[in-house]
Design a protein around this ligand. Structure first.
Ligand code: ADP
Length: 660
């Protein structure tokens, strides 16, 4: 979700397989199914394109195969029952897609494109997805049976509890279960990460399905296998390949992002497209009529593959794809020359091709040409979703669009935001196994005990009356961590305690250690990724702060409110949508709101907002309790979001595929 890919070195050595000869791919008479039909502007791909920007792209059509075969790259069953990729057959006859290999130079790592000025117009013509509460039907057995259900395939780089570095993992671990509970058939496809350590046991219940599948990319053939676990009504499918077996996070290790992330996630996307066709889960494959939910750039090739590799051969004609953007700052950008590694037909470059604006190029001779996987998804998916409504607006602005705002604006009619839910069983203060005392809306008394236990655990002075402020998150510029760390000395002049949990950039980890040595009685910085501690901080703190520069949705403020911990956040993206600013005078003086939001983001505003919160905590106990209770009363369950996802599925199926 948050690590951009870097380079394409360190790739598996591959046999070089040449592209088919021009005669083979251009002449329909050769019976191999490819012909260039016409050149069109990209605008015709955008049925709702308003930007008027045109790119040249080639559209191809398939020719019926005499043997009724599909097309290159997808699997067919032979008469003896063994499955082989159709690519193999084409390869035998000299027609193989996307196996040419190019070693690109070091990649264009981590995209942080904020244009110096922008001229895109921001309008407010977004369609709001009706909220779950507005039109949900109760989950009676009768209603579940009466519902239109879908075969849904989630594709994601991380899925909790098997793998998690942030919100992407949480969402892809919970939303599928909520959708399955509503009657859908749901498969989640993600890599089988192993590092030889204790965390490998998370995959212990997943058994090999026995459908080894060949994937043609990066100049050769890769064989992946699939592991499967049925849990919570969901088919959890893990793609197995040696490139997923190494220490570190799904994206990198102490030395930075893995150099072969483009390879690893290209494999994932190809495998995810094959899975519904080949895996007989519970005795039946999912088949072609699927709805793919591709999450972030790692899964971004899925909509492109459906359009370029499958549909021209009549496969997945009735499928639809939705790209779900959890964080636009990471787009999977690599040198243009790596296009040939992706396993796409040669003339689909236009879909993923991208050009850096002049100001973002590194030198005068840099043409700025690149492959941008997320861009490919945006121009080929049937619909686009973000994880909050606020963020769906922000990404169409020059400030929040990371170079893609015009493209996203051009598809605004199919762009929606649905606020994430949370796993309310996992995050429940009345039963959370990670916290020392339980509490609820009816009886809050356990919360102060959690605070005392946390102070003891962290070696802070045990003082139940001292306001305890918390922060949990990736130590990344996005999270405004620099702002919080620089504000800390001034904040700690007051009688408050501050505890921070996070891992990420080394400089911030060192900064936290330094602050701890300066303020041993008031500050704790816990460097690392530790889920039980994150629960204890959420329960034990009075205030949770999130000074994020941008926040697509943000989950910690939702967890905090559910635990009666009052959020103080920068008014941006999902934080703006979910934290209601406190107004003590509303409701005839009883007050309304669930926390404090401040804007613009600055060190001074952060300190001021936190001081107001601390003052309210100290001097207005009943107002504070009102804030806590209003936050705890909110419905954060996934069911609410799942109903809205269903509405978007309906919309996706109303239209024909965006790229036929
Ligand atoms: P993002 O996805 O940008 O990292 P979110 O707020 O959407 O941010 O989700 C972050 C998730 O990761 C939350 O579940 C949060 O509790 C968890 N998390 C982040 N950092 C840590 C950490 N150091 N230890 C444990 N959990 C963490």
């Amino acid at each position: 979700m948050h690590m951009a890919s870097t380079q394409t070195s360190r790739i598996i050595p591959c046999r070089h397989t040449p592209f088919p000869p021009a005669s083979a791919k251009e002449s329909p008479a050769n019976g191999k199914g490819w012909a260039v039909l016409r050149q069109v502007g990209f605008a015709s791909f955008y049925r709702h394109n308003r930007s008027g920007k045109r790119f040249s792209v080639c559209v191809r059509r398939s020719y019926a195969e005499p043997n009724g075969l599909d097309g290159p790259g997808f699997t067919k069953k032979s008469q003896d029952g063994s499955s082989s990729s159709a690519v193999e057959d084409y390869q035998k006859e000299g027609l193989v897609l996307g196996t040419q290999r190019h070693e690109g130079p070091a990649s264009l790592a981590g995209l942080h494109l904020i244009p110096q000025s922008g001229d895109a117009k921001v309008t407010d013509s977004y369609t709001k997805v009706p909220s779950g509460q507005e039109h949900a039907t109760p989950d009676t057995e009768e209603n579940i049976l009466a519902r239109i259900t879908f075969n849904i395939i989630f594709v994601a780089a991380e899925v909790a509890p098997y793998s998690k570095t942030g919100g992407l993992g949480d969402v892809c671990g919970s939303l599928p279960i909520a959708l399955a509970a509503r009657g859908h058939r749901v498969m989640v496809v993600s890599p089988r990460y192993l590092d030889g350590g204790p965390s490998d046991k998370r995959f212990a219940n997943a058994v090999e399905v026995g459908c080894p599948t060949k994937i043609y990319c990066f100049g050769g053939v890769q064989e992946v296998s699939f592991y499967h676990e049925y849990r919570g009504g969901v088919d959890w499918v893990f793609v197995d390949h040696p490139s997923y077996h190494r220490p570190g996070t799904p994206y990198g290790d102490v030395f930075g992002s893995f150099g072969d992330n483009q390879f690893r996630f290209t494999l994932l996307c190809h495998a995810a497209c094959e899975a519904p066709l080949v895996l007989p889960l519970g005795g039946f494959t999912y088949g072609e009529k699927c709805l793919f939910l591709a999450n972030d750039w790692h899964a971004g090739l899925v909509p492109v593959l459906l359009a370029a590799k499958y549909r021209p051969y009549g496969v997945y004609k009735d499928a639809r794809s939705i790209i779900v953007i959890h964080n636009l700052a990471h787009q999977g950008v690599e040198p243009a020359i790596t296009y040939n590694n992706l396993g796409l037909p040669p003339d689909w470059y236009g879909a993923v091709g991208w050009v850096f604006p002049t100001w973002a190029r590194t030198h005068a001779l840099d043409t700025g040409e690149a492959v941008n996987v997320l861009k490919g998804a945006i121009v080929t998916a049937d619909r686009i979703l973000t994880v909050s409504q606020g963020y769906s607006r922000e990404i169409t602005t020059p400030e929040g669009g990371y170079g893609l705002h015009e493209l996203l604006s051009s598809r605004k009619t199919v762009l929606n935001g649905i606020t994430n839910g949370i796993d309310v069983n996992d995050w429940d203060p009345s039963s959370d196994p990670h916290i020392s005392s339980h509490y609820s809306l009816i009886d809050l008394s356990g919360k102060v005990l959690c605070k005392i236990a946390l102070q003891k655990e962290l070696g802070l002075p045990v003082r139940s009356d001292c306001p305890l402020i918390g922060f949990i998150g990736r130590l990344d510029f996005q999270k405004g961590i620099d702002m919080l760390l620089s504000a800390t000395p001034e904040l700690l002049q007051d009688d408050v305690q501050l505890v921070m949990l996070g891992s990420g950039e080394r400089q911030y980890e060192d900064w936290m250690r330094h602050l701890e040595s300066l303020y041993p009685d008031k500050y704790r910085g816990w460097v690392g990724f530790n889920v039980p501690i994150s629960h204890r901080i959420t329960a034990g703190c009075d205030i949770l702060t999130m000074p994020s520069r941008f926040e697509p949705c943000g989950l910690n403020q939702l967890y905090a409110m559910r635990y009666g911990t009052v959020p103080v956040v920068h008014r941006t993206g999902g934080l703006r949508d979910t934290v209601e600013n406190y107004n003590p005078y509303a409701q005839e003086g009883t007050g309304e709101g669930t926390g404090w939001t401040f804007s613009p983001l600055s060190r001074e505003n952060l300190i001021a907002a936190l001081r107001i919160a601390v003052g309210t905590y100290r001097d207005h106990k009943s107002s504070w309790e009102g804030l806590m209770k209003r936050g705890m009363e909110r419905d954060y369950s996934w069911n609410n979001a799942a109903v809205q996802y269903e509405q978007v599925f309906d919309w996706a199926l109303l239209d024909p595929p965006y790229v036929k």
